[in-house]
Design a protein around this ligand. Structure first.
Ligand code: ZN
Length: 258
């Protein structure tokens, strides 16, 4: 893929808390997905659109997924309402090369759980903890511009144990005022696609306006862009070179073989 092609980003939001909870509406009047899209759009190398749960096919018809390089996912209260068919087609797209960025309560999204294959459970507490995210991979593309650590003044607590498979790369560890720690930024390769989980983003806090949170997600979009798109296939393959006419010759040990 040419580097001149913009990265086609789809920001998917559940878009329910923002309609049902005035506290959330006040922070994200156009939805969390639009707040995320708003800081991604100014990047000239991105082409950004949004989708949400209550649209037809949960906002993710096949043609839109086929034109998505990186899918950003925020969901919380209605994971079960995402159809299994939509989850299956999104998973197939990751396996063939699409990037997935799962945010906050997206740890329990069907698509994330399907790609992880584990419980993805964790400890949680809605309170007024401060979160300090330690950057433990300062050379990684996703942590560029972040510094040694950054803080979010108030966030929901997520604590270990986090039921994920051991990450390919662990980028952030969070500490919370209550004493817990959490693997808050982690990557996995799944098929030909890249997956990044990033913890912050509880709906009652203005976390997606935080400059370093925005920087991490922006960096992650660039990191997660596909390098290939290889649809699944399981072909019967013709030989590349002539095969021996005598089948026994194919299994006869070569001279010197012991
Ligand atoms: Zn939350």
């Amino acid at each position: 893929m040419s580097t001149l092609q913009p990265i086609r980003v789809t920001v998917w939001g559940e878009f329910r808390h923002e309609k049902n909870n005035p506290e959330v509406t006040a922070i994200y009047p156009d939805g969390i997905h639009e707040a995320i899209a708003a800081f991604l759009r100014p990047n000239a190398d991105f082409s950004v659109r949004t989708a949400w749960l209550d649209q037809a096919e949960n906002g993710l018809p096949q043609d839109l997924l086929d034109q998505t390089d990186v899918l950003v996912w925020w969901g919380h209260m209605a994971h079960r309402e995402v159809s299994d068919e939509v989850v299956a087609r999104a998973k197939s797209r990751v396996l063939e090369g699409m990037g997935l960025i799962a945010l906050h309560s997206g740890h329990y999204a069907k698509i994330f759980k399907a790609l992880m294959g584990t419980t993805c459970s964790l400890k949680w507490r809605e309170s007024t903890d401060k979160e300090r995210l330690w950057n433990i991979a300062p050379a990684h593309p996703i942590t560029q511009g972040i510094g040694e650590y950054f803080e979010i003044p108030a966030e929901e607590m997520y604590g270990e144990p986090f039921g994920i498979p051991t990450p390919d790369e662990l980028l952030f560890i969070s500490w919370f005022t209550g004493g817990e720690v959490f693997r808050s930024g982690a990557t996995w390769q799944r098929g030909h696609g890249r997956v990044f989980y990033f913890r912050p983003g509880h709906e009652t806090y203005p976390t997606y306006y935080h400059p370093q949170v925005q920087q991490v997600i922006t960096n992650a979009v660039r990191w997660a862009r596909p390098t290939v798109c290889i649809p699944d296939a399981c072909p019967n393959a013709a030989a590349l070179e002539p095969l021996p006419e005598d089948p026994a010759a194919a299994v006869r040990p070569t001279q010197g073989f012991r």
